[in-house]
Design a protein around this ligand. Structure first.
Ligand SMILES: Nc1nc2c(ncn2[C@@H]2O[C@H](COP(=O)(O)OP(=O)(O)OP(=O)(O)O)[C@@H](O)[C@H]2O)c(=O)[nH]1
Ligand SMILES: [Mg+2]
Length: 500
């Protein structure tokens, strides 16, 4: 129980104790006076007063109980201490989330991913995805790093069609590494798009990405690079084909790249290499063949693995766990939204029925308060919150008051009257208006409660009024209104036609 509740309870108890003492004193005096007249009368009066007191105390406790009873605490994730530990804690929480997913296919896909993450440990080989547009020289770079031609190199885009993984180790490096050659991104055609998706998925799972380019960053490259960085991926930007640039131009290009991407990348994370230099024609005739040069990349990798080698895998495990958690959260959210919409749909027509047959003149929105209270309870269960029927009643009442206070009841009735008149004969439209309005207001209330429960039982900065007004605005949009009135005609008209 929250501290303020204990304090409130204590003050309440002290005040009640004082009141009970005063009352007992007064009763004793009354009893003494009455006993002088008739002892029997004194006993009867005392008995009645005591019975009324006990009844009153019991009733007060019953009304106050919903506000005093202890509530189920939501689990607050522990702040991560070490990425590896945080990943394990997160993985357990994520597993719970994934289990709540009702869609079997989505659930199984995420369960498989969490299973893979669970069996993945930090002493496994560190994965390095070599990634970038077609023909940037990714395969040539891998061949040169490995010191043997493992993949086909070609001037045409799409030379590498299927990703390949090669075990690797830096000289003197103790860490086992895996180089993954991926197909190029930003290629045209359906096959190209599919290959890009596969390459992106590989990059998203890798511990480190070598993002290979062969010129200034094109817009397509820049967008993908930013997306990977903002996902939290560790990236080195590798400018290949350095042999094509005179030294001054290469420096200028590197500077431009650094000014574009650092931060978030550090100055050292952008390196220039020549994986497979092409022969250059000489002024006096003949050709100059330069040697491959991967020194800047090798040196940076050695440094990076020394400084971050331990945490790269753990960070990546944490990142991937968070991503699965985020995906699961989104799926659960839309699953809940669908359930909540179906619930609102059911209750709005129940309200319509209740209001349509009430003999009271005008629209008594409060007539549906009991129905709406039950709706609030059901919605709270969908969002894993705990709301009793009493609290549901209070919430339904406060939203009814807000709707009336903001003039939205009248606004809705006017809008619906207009809509019904275009669909029904005037007399019938008039008779259907009450039930339709009841349904519509229940709908606005329900949609507002979805916001309230999604925000963890909070109306947000603008309070209940802002939420209700927003929902009113969203639901009065032409298409929504037309669909609602169409449905209302088929639901409400039969009810009023059954009435005498
Ligand atoms: N001048 C120069 N050309 C290079 C260099 N590295 C690769 N190339 C050329 O760039 C072209 C593409 O090389 P690949 O290694 O096949 O490129 P890729 O990025 O793997 O291409 P995809 O597999 O199609 O995505 C080939 O013609 C290579 O000869 C380099 O350092 N300098
Ligand atoms: Mg290739």
């Amino acid at each position: 129980m929250a501290r303020w509740r204990w304090l409130l309870l204590l003050i309440g108890l002290l005040v009640s104790l004082g009141a009970v003492l005063l009352l007992a004193d007064a009763l004793l005096r009354l009893y003494t006076i009455l006993a002088l007249l008739s002892p029997l009368l004194a006993r009867v009066v005392l008995g009645v007063i005591l019975a009324a007191g006990v009844g009153l105390a019991g009733f007060s406790l019953y009304r106050l109980w919903p506000f005093l009873r202890p509530r189920r605490q939501r689990q607050i994730p522990q702040p991560p201490r070490h990425p590896e530990e945080a990943a394990a804690v997160n993985l357990r929480l994520v597993q719970n989330q994934v289990d709540q997913i009702q869609d079997r296919v989505a659930r199984q896909a995420l369960q498989e991913k969490t299973q893979n993450l669970r069996s993945s440990t930090t002493d496994r080989a560190l994965t390095i995805a070599v990634f970038g547009v077609g023909s940037a020289g990714k395969t040539a770079l891998i061949n040169e790093l490995l010191g043997r031609p493992v993949g086909q190199v070609g001037a045409a885009l799409g030379t590498t069609q299927i990703q390949q993984t090669y075990p690797w180790q830096l000289p003197n490096g103790s860490k086992a590494l895996q180089l993954i050659d991926t197909p190029g991104i930003a290629e045209t055609g359906i096959a190209g798009t599919e290959r890009e998706q596969a390459a992106r998925a590989t990059a998203a799972e890798a511990d480190l990405i070598l993002f290979v380019i062969d010129d200034d960053l094109r817009q397509a490259e820049y967008t993908v690079l930013q997306a990977l960085i903002s996902m939290g991926k560790r990236v080195l930007l590798v400018l290949n084909k350095a042999d094509r640039y005179p030294e001054a131009d290469l420096e200028a290009l590197l500077e431009r790249l650094r000014s574009r991407v650092s931060p978030p990348l550090s100055h050292d994370d952008i390196v220039a290499v020549a994986a497979l230099p092409q022969p250059l024609p000489q002024v006096g005739g003949g050709w100059l063949q330069m040697q491959p040069n991967l020194m800047p990349l090798r040196a940076r990798l050695v440094d990076l693995l020394r400084q971050e080698g331990e945490s790269l895998i753990a960070d990546n495990l944490l990142l991937q766990t968070q991503q699965i958690g985020e995906t699961a959260r989104q799926i659960i959210d839309s699953q809940r939204q669908a359930q909540a919409d179906a619930t609102i749909e059911r209750y709005q027509w129940l309200s319509a029925g209740a209001i349509a047959v009430t003999p009271l003149p005008g629209l008594d929105f409060l007539a549906t308060a009991a129905i709406n209270a039950q709706m609030v309870v059901e919605l709270s269960q969908i969002y894993d919150c705990e709301v009793s029927l009493e609290e549901g009643k209070a919430l339904a009442l406060s939203i009814a008051k807000t709707l009336t206070g903001l003039g939205l009841v009248k606004g809705s009735v006017d809008l619906l009257a207009l809509g019904l008149q275009t669909n029904l004969a005037t007399v019938l439209a008039g008779r259907a208006l009450k039930g339709t309005s009841g349904a519509y207001l229940t709908r606005i209330a329900g949609k507002s409660f979805i916001e309230y429960f999604r925000q963890n039982q909070n109306w947000g900065d603008g309070g209940i009024g802002a939420v209700v007004e927003r929902q009113f605005r969203l639901n009065k949009r032409d298409a929504v209104m037309k669909a609602f009135i169409k449905e209302a005609v088929t639901r409400v008209v039969p009810i009023i036609q059954e009435q005498p």
